[in-house]
Design a protein around this ligand. Structure first.
Ligand SMILES: NC(=O)c1ccc[n+]([C@@H]2O[C@H](COP(=O)([O-])OP(=O)(O)OC[C@H]3O[C@@H](n4cnc5c(N)ncnc54)[C@H](OP(=O)(O)O)[C@@H]3O)[C@@H](O)[C@H]2O)c1
Length: 365
């Protein structure tokens, strides 16, 4: 079998390093064209030495080069935040399939990205465990009535609202189930991550927001489910590990053993719990539904305000709960552009970030 040629954007991050662990086990299946990191030169050099890509790139500038390189069969987009959008679009326009971890890409510009993928006949395979689960469950989209996205609930699921409001960065980063980058871990603590996933699911599977449900499932064994027209529910289960969805996404439509999950035992797991999410305690999910239903640049606004607010929280400038308040304020003042061009999306992204930073500065004067 011909080796699949792959590049990884964000190879030095949580998803990127796990992707390389997968590829290490599947050396006869993959050839690495390029690896890209953000700032971690040391790790990128060590990866280059071990995996021998044709070239490496550090920083945002080099990403366009990788995504224009038609040698690639597939590119894993595993950088965090807004920087994923531009290279993803470039890769799509060059006919390169995408394994998409960077959820902000679809939140910022899902309509444009999915339309371009259709136009260029490009596959977008989700890496997020929830969307990967749905991707695995769906045989015929037209027969499905509802998507059911599971949420672990993060570190504050059973803590009081006050404990959550006064949470330290360390407490917010202590996710009970998943070891991830800082931005997504804070998003998991506010449950904004689930909100971003709802918007991502809407675009990936072309589902109305009314037909996308969230259920809290603290064990993170059921990664998500779908309900067919006749009420039958198909769920995908597995032990919590990002290696498996990464491996699935870069190997699709094949499945390789590579990193094999420990054999699944229902009797060892013994119980699975589910509960309704408390949207009053975690109002970021409501904001995401609202932004998604309004559409246009409102989700770009939500993403930009959230990202800047999360950085401010990580830098000790605001409290965890302020993230919600800031995103809500930016959304309430945003003049939505429906059917925006990509330039309008980037302009809104810039404007909201500047406005959020200005507002945050004002809070400290
Ligand atoms: N981690 C998970 O389990 C998980 C699960 C589902 C979805 N996701 C999504 O996957 C994406 C990545 O998450 P993560 O947890 O892997 O994040 P992460 O650990 O913070 O890694 C981010 C990666 O992006 C790179 N990067 C940062 N700034 C860059 C720039 N200006 N130019 C090029 N690269 C840059 C970083 O490089 P340096 O470290 O070298 O600066 C790093 O390789 C996010 O969108 C997240 O929502 C993650």
């Amino acid at each position: 079998m011909k080796k699949r040629k792959i590049s990884i954007i964000g190879s030095t991050g949580s998803i990127g390093t796990q992707a390389l662990e997968v590829i290490e086990k599947l050396q006869d299946k993959f050839e690495i064209i390029a690896l890209a990191g953000g700032h971690n030169r040391e790790l990128l050099d060590a990866q280059a030495k071990k995996f021998n890509p044709r070239y490496t790139v550090l920083g945002e500038q080099g990403l366009e080069k990788i995504c224009s390189d038609k040698e690639n069969d597939i590119i894993l987009v595993a950088c965090s935040g807004k920087i994923g959008l531009r290279p993803t679009l470039t890769a799509i326009r060059n006919g390169i399939d995408i394994a998409l971890a960077n959820k902000e890409t679809l939140v910022m510009a899902g309509d444009i990205v999915m339309a371009e993928a259709k136009k260029h006949g490009v596959k977008i395979i989700p890496v997020d465990s929830e969307h990967c689960a749905i991707h695995q469950c769906i045989k015929d989209l037209s027969q499905v009535d509802k998507l059911i996205i599971t949420a672990s609930g993060g570190p504050f699921l059973h803590k009081s609202v006050d404990e959550m409001k006064n949470a330290t960065v360390k407490e917010a980063l202590a996710h009970p189930k998943w070891n991830m980058g800082k931005k997504i871990t804070v998003d998991s603590a506010t449950l904004m991550n689930k909100g971003l996933e709802i918007i991502e699911a809407h675009h990936l599977f072309e589902f109305d927001y009314d037909d996308i449900e969230v259920v809290v499932h603290p064990q993170s064994i059921v990664h998500s489910a779908i309900e067919y027209k006749d009420g039958s529910v198909i769920a995908q289960l597995g032990l919590p590990s990002m290696h498996i969805p990464i491996q699935y996404a870069i190997s699709y439509p094949e499945r390789f053993e590579g990193i094999k999950s420990k054999s699944f035992s229902f009797s060892e797991i013994a119980r699975l719990d589910f509960e309704k999410p408390d949207f009053d305690k975690f109002p970021c999910v409501k904001l995401a539904y609202k932004a998604g239903r309004i559409g246009g640049t409102m989700t770009t606004c939500l993403n930009a305000a959230n990202e800047e607010a999360v950085f401010a929280f990580l830098n000790g400038k605001i409290k965890l709960y302020n993230i919600y308040e800031i995103v809500e304020k930016m959304m309430s003042e945003h003049n939505v552009i429906q059917n925006p061009t990509i330039d309008e999306i980037f302009a809104v992204d810039k404007e909201i970030r500047e406005k959020t930073i200005k507002y945050l500065t004002g809070l400290h004067q």
